[in-house]
Design a protein around this ligand. Structure first.
Ligand SMILES: CC(C)=CCC/C(C)=C/CC/C(C)=C/C=C/C(C)=C/C=C/C=C(C)/C=C/C=C(C)/C=C/C=C(C)/C=C/CC(C)(C)O
Ligand SMILES: C[S@@+](CC[C@H](N)C(=O)[O-])C[C@H]1O[C@@H](n2cnc3c(N)ncnc32)[C@H](O)[C@@H]1O
Length: 371
């Protein structure tokens, strides 16, 4: 595509500036002028990161699948040493490790390769390696993003069957597979949610879609007072009793197996939490759920919603790229902005809503509402 050079009489304003940036001659001019060269180089590198980002995520996938970060946690190693125990040759491991160094996951050492800070951080984030390994499903779906955008059937939608109703989630192995993935990644979500919402004075907290109880376990260990009530699908909650026993919370916990799409919600809680639940479901299902939550709460009762959200009129990569496409590929879900969810809370009857924000949009965003 050859863009006409901006004519002298071209209107000034954003159009003029962008037309200039899109001009090959101006880009060549910038590369020759020192103060402009740095901007052009920075934008070019950022653009190339976007172009090559899918290779970067596959380098990360390979490093995680080969457990190289764990190998290096014990100390630096040479490429031949890292190749041992894998099906790869030392020269291919060297290529992978150099790529990992370029991405800040590893560092070059006198003896070969060592762990870098980002690589160490991955080892410290609960559930992150499992999520990275799980991405091969989404990756195959996004090989044809236009098909996903066009609503084609996806592999990912078969990974999370529960969103299609309790009947689809009867298979205990499937239920365990996604519950493990969720409970592994719950650590940071619970940390952020409980830091932003003080639930220490709650009487009873009902966690709807609470999986195998990871959030309630974190809440129960942080606050000694609230009684805890878990509500999730029958094949899912079966894994919860052991967790509560292991955290010494059995006496404070009630477990109800059921579907919020098909069964009445338990009553008696003064706080109801929805942690990474709404974005799995359509607007209709979400509105039905919010109305049922409103009905199940007493006057003055509180709803807490915590899940990754989009940026609304200020889109950000975590919510508007990753989770928006993830939920779209899932088939029924939708990543929503804090504003949209607060409007849905209001439409469901909640008198006041609060945006508690987030420190890390890629982990979660916290809202609450009062009846
Ligand atoms: C010199 C030193 C040592 C330090 C000085 C500098 C310094 C202080 C460094 C700090 C190092 C440090 C502590 C870093 C910590 C980094 C952390 C905590 C990073 C956390 C990253 C978390 C990430 C990337 C989380 C990603 C989560 C994802 C991708 C979750 C996806 C969930 C999905 C898709 C769920 C789907 C389920 C469904 C079906 C949609 O409901
Ligand atoms: C993404 S997981 C989140 C689990 C947990 N809250 C967390 O953040 O780790 C969504 C949860 O909603 C549950 N769920 C989905 N549909 C449900 C339904 N109709 N009734 C009850 N729970 C449901 C799933 O079983 C799953 O545990």
């Amino acid at each position: 595509m050859t863009l006409a050079e901006p004519s002298p009489q071209a209107p000034r304003g954003p159009g003029w500036a962008l037309r200039l940036v899109a001009s090959r001659r101006f880009q060549s001019f910038c590369a020759a002028v020192p103060c402009l060269r740095r901007i052009a180089r920075r934008d070019g590198e950022a653009l190339f990161d976007l172009v090559g980002g899918f290779v970067h995520s596959q380098v990360l996938f390979a490093v995680v699948e080969l457990r190289l970060l764990h190998r290096l946690f014990d100390g630096p190693a040479t490429a031949p040493a890292l190749a041992r125990g894998t099906a790869l040759t030392a020269d291919r491991i060297e290529i992978l490790c150099n790529a990992a160094v370029s991405l800040g996951l590893m560092r070059r050492t006198r003896d070969g390769y060592g762990l870098a800070r980002k690589g160490a951080a991955i080892l410290g984030v609960p559930g992150l390696e499992a999520m990275i390994s799980h991405h091969h499903v989404l990756y195959r779906d996004l090989a044809d993003p236009l098909a996903v955008l066009g609503g084609a059937e996806t592999e990912l939608s078969k990974f999370w069957p529960y969103v299609f109703g309790a009947a689809a989630a009867q298979d205990p192995d499937t239920a365990r597979r996604y519950s493990d993935l969720m409970s592994d990644s719950q650590g940071l979500v619970a940390e952020e949610t409980l830091r932003r919402c003080d639930l220490s004075k709650a009487g009873t907290v009902l966690d709807i879609g609470g999986g195998t109880g990871a959030f309630l376990s974190a809440l129960g260990q942080r606050h000694g007072a609230p009684a805890l009530h878990l509500f999730d699908l029958p094949p899912v909650v079966s894994g919860a009793r052991d967790r509560f026993a292991a955290t010494g919370l059995t006496d404070r916990v009630q477990i109800t197996a059921g579907s919020f799409r098909d069964d009445p919600l338990p009553v008696g809680a003064d706080v109801i939490t929805l942690v990474r639940v709404l974005y799995d479901h359509s607007d209709t299902t979400v509105m039905d759920l919010l109305r049922a939550v409103h009905a199940a709460l007493p006057e003055g009762g509180r709803l807490v919603v915590s899940e990754p959200m989009t940026g609304g009129d200020r889109p950000h990569p975590a919510g508007d790229a990753y989770f928006a496409f993830y939920c779209m590929a899932m088939g029924t879900g939708r990543a929503r902005s804090p504003q949209v969810i607060r409007e849905m809370m209001g439409a469901a009857g909640f008198a006041s809503t609060v945006d508690h924000g987030t420190t890390r949009p890629f982990v979660t965003h916290v809202l609450s509402a009062e009846k």
